[in-house]
Ligand binder design. Structure first.
Ligand code: DC
Length: 230
């Protein structure tokens, strides 16, 4: 059977990565979390002292050092899922903190950061057989993807999911702070000049506010089967 490209875009914390990972595993495709790549650029900024006092990245310094950022994914045999590596180091846990979440949107809005990550993403997807999730996958990275899905859910439900995830990791987040961060990120992601978060005209829309993970998985699998059987 021919291998297609699947683009899954949507708002922060709407569960797209869980859906995308499950689908990829089920159908034997490679899964790429493009948000993890922007999170790696942000972690690099934090660790190299490239975040200014106002919380925004020092764009000039970062641009000069972009070639030092190499992101890769390797399967973790314990979880059966890919972990994110920054310059050969496993940073899967370190890129998911509230600190990184709070700083990532302005980093991801920088045109040279997007150009570098988009080129890496397109190289990863050259052969098809890939499920990639993010904000601009169906619009900018793979505008010709055979299957595009746009996922969304209400702000409060998404904040609750993110809150539960952080609690499960042993953090003690404040719900209002999580909600605020999510809204700010959505705003920056949707209004930036380059490749803003937007639903592709030919995307299937999934509002999963009131769906279980199992229902979402089935929905996605059914849509996939329709596409490849076309
Ligand atoms: O999906 P996530 O929350 O891990 O994404 C982290 C940030 O990266 C988010 O604020 C938006 C940005 N992002 C992006 O601009 N383009 C993508 N393709 C994926 C994520």
């Amino acid at each position: 059977m021919r291998k297609i490209t699947i683009a899954i875009d949507g708002h922060s914390s709407c569960g797209k990565s869980t859906m995308a990972k499950d689908l990829a595993r089920e159908i034997g495709y490679i899964y790429i979390d493009s948000g993890a790549m922007y999170r790696c650029c942000t972690l690099f900024c934090i660790e190299q002292g490239l975040i200014k006092a106002d919380g925004t990245p020092d764009a000039e310094a970062l641009e000069n050092r972009m070639q030092e950022i190499h992101v890769s994914f390797r399967l973790n045999p314990d979880t059966g899922r890919p972990d994110t590596y920054l310059n050969g180091e496993n940073v899967e846990t370190r890129i998911r903190t509230m600190e990184v979440s709070g700083l990532v949107s302005p980093v991801a809005a920088l045109p040279f950061v997007r150009a570098a990550m988009t080129a890496q993403q397109q190289a990863m997807g050259r052969e098809g057989g890939i499920v990639m999730d993010g904000r601009d996958i169906g619009t900018a990275v793979f505008p010709h993807a055979e299957m595009k899905v746009f996922v969304t859910a209400s702000d409060e439900i998404r904040a609750q999911r993110r809150y539960d995830e952080l609690v499960a990791k042993g953090e003690q987040p404040d719900f209002e702070a999580v909600l605020q961060n999510l809204r700010e990120r959505d705003h920056i992601d949707s209004t930036r000049a380059v490749a803003p978060l937007r639903q592709a005209d030919d995307a299937l829309v999934l509002d999963n506010s009131h769906m279980t993970i199992a229902e979402q998985k089935q929905w996605l699998l059914d849509r996939f089967k329709e596409r490849v059987e076309d």
